[in-house]
Design a protein around this ligand. Structure first.
Ligand code: HAM
Length: 425
């Protein structure tokens, strides 16, 4: 027997039973973002490696060790996208979207790829809903974007199970001094940091603030706070963002240790955390990235956005009712009846009633068992004699009750009405 070929580690199939959950996540994105003026952008799954290396930052974990990078047949280095923001910025520049009235509001949904250690809620292919607002620096836009993120979770009924954390990580004017002060503090306590953090002190000291290891916590707790180091304009920006978040009635915590794993962020950063998924507690994260578009060869346009981790939200949401589940099974007991049932099924489906037809081969009892297993609430049985008399037998699978109905009323009886809707719920 040939050996079975399995999916790659950390790469999951989304099976039909999960489809209603995923469709809910995608529909909610459209329903919440489009009324706010966000338009969908569909991007390629791979880009030139240079885009991510420059955009995300050479010393980030993502670029240093998590990218799926390979040479294509012409020898060009390409990378499966580990995130969408750099690619959105590339498209914004490449297609001259910056000439449109600003902010340019975009969203995109799809898979990302990171070579991380797989565990519950962390995968090597995962999916994000990504939102970006480009070309506008006003702090009110930060609040719009964060407010929309929380509206998304509210739409899914998850708001009470999530906590919003916000921070400012300063900009090129104030962060270098903070970075130096932080590095000095970490340097002085090098022996009390985990091995990974020791390596980070020189290259990317801010990332140490994000370490979850218990050993590092005492040093992190004593570290200087970025909020004490913000320059005047960054402080004012952050104060105004908070005032607008308050105006929106949003509950949030200011978390000065909140740093993000990608280098392009300035000023506002935020994350949405859950206590329900163990170590993978971030369901969404984002922030401002003024400077990224310029770094990628475009105009000096600012930007802000976020990405939602769909696998993690799917875990929180759990299974959803299946809209494609059959509401009725038609069981013909003969060839003329089958022909009638095929036409009847078509008419029912056209009115929005998911309908299945038994194609024969099984006895009536077998079909009823199958309807039970599939959870189909009603079965319409049509024998050739009944067909000749213009009637059919309607069976309620829960009560086992059967009644005769006129065939020409079948669509009216089975379709659309309150009884049918109740049956499906
Ligand atoms: P990120 O924090 O790297 O940000 O990812 C955003 C979210 O994607 C995380 O909070 C998490 O829910 C999910 N996620 C990340 N890695 C994995 C994984 N390996 N498995 C499952 N879920 C994962 C960004 O990607 C930025 N581009 C967000 C952004 C947009 N900033 C501005 N605009």
């Amino acid at each position: 027997m040939p050996e079975q070929i399995r999916a790659i580690r950390g790469v999951r199939d989304i099976l039909p039973a999960e489809a209603p959950t995923w469709q809910t996540l995608e529909a909610a994105a459209r329903e919440v973002f489009e009324p706010c003026g966000y338009r969908e952008l569909r991007l390629p799954l791979f880009e030139r490696t240079e885009l991510f290396a420059r955009g995300i930052g050479e010393t980030t974990d993502v670029v240093e060790k998590e990218m799926y990078t390979f040479q294509d047949r012409s020898g060009e280095s390409v990378t499966l996208r580990p995130e969408a923001t750099a690619a959105v910025a590339r498209a914004y520049i490449e297609h001259g979207l910056f000439t449109q009235p600003k902010p340019v509001r975009l969203y995109t949904v799809g898979p990302m790829f990171r070579y991380e250690r797989p565990q519950a809620g962390r995968y090597r292919q995962f999916h994000q809903v990504n939102v970006e607002a480009l070309g506008e620096a006003a702090p009110a836009l930060d609040a719009e974007v964060v407010g929309m993120l929380m509206a998304y979770f509210a739409r899914l009924g998850l708001a009470d199970r999530l906590a919003l954390h916000v921070n400012s990580i300063g900009d090129a004017a104030c962060r270098p001094a903070f970075r130096a002060a932080l590095a000095a503090h970490l340097e002085a306590n090098l022996g009390r940091l985990c091995e990974e953090c020791r390596g980070r002190v020189a290259r990317n000291p801010l990332r140490v603030l994000d370490c979850k290891k218990p050993d590092c916590q005492p040093v992190i707790e004593k570290a200087p706070s970025i909020l004490d180091a913000l320059c005047g304009p960054c402080r004012e920006h952050f104060d105004r963002v908070r005032a607008y978040l308050d105006a929106l009635g949003l509950r949030y915590e200011v978390t000065p240790r909140l740093v993000r794993g990608l280098d392009y962020y300035v000023r506002t950063t935020f994350e949405v955390l859950t206590g329900e998924l163990g170590a993978q507690n971030a369901v969404a994260g984002g922030g401002r990235y003024d400077g990224l578009i310029e770094l990628l060869g475009g105009p000096a346009d600012p930007g802000i956005g976020f990405a939602i981790g769909m696998e993690r939200v799917a875990l929180l949401l759990g299974p959803r009712p299946d809209p494609a589940a059959a509401a009725v099974l038609l069981v013909p007991l003969g060839e003329p009846a089958l022909r009638r049932c095929l036409a009847l099924a078509q008419a029912l489906r056209a009115t929005g009633v998911p309908t299945e037809v038994a194609y024969g081969g099984r006895k009536l009892r077998g079909e009823l068992e199958r309807a039970n297993r599939l959870g189909i609430p009603r079965v319409l049985i049509l024998g050739d004699d009944e067909l000749a008399a213009g009637v059919a037998t309607l069976r309620d699978m829960r009560s086992g009750e059967q009644r005769r109905i006129p065939l020409r009323e079948a669509v009216a009886v089975l379709g659309g009405g309150p009884a049918a809707a109740g049956d499906r719920a």
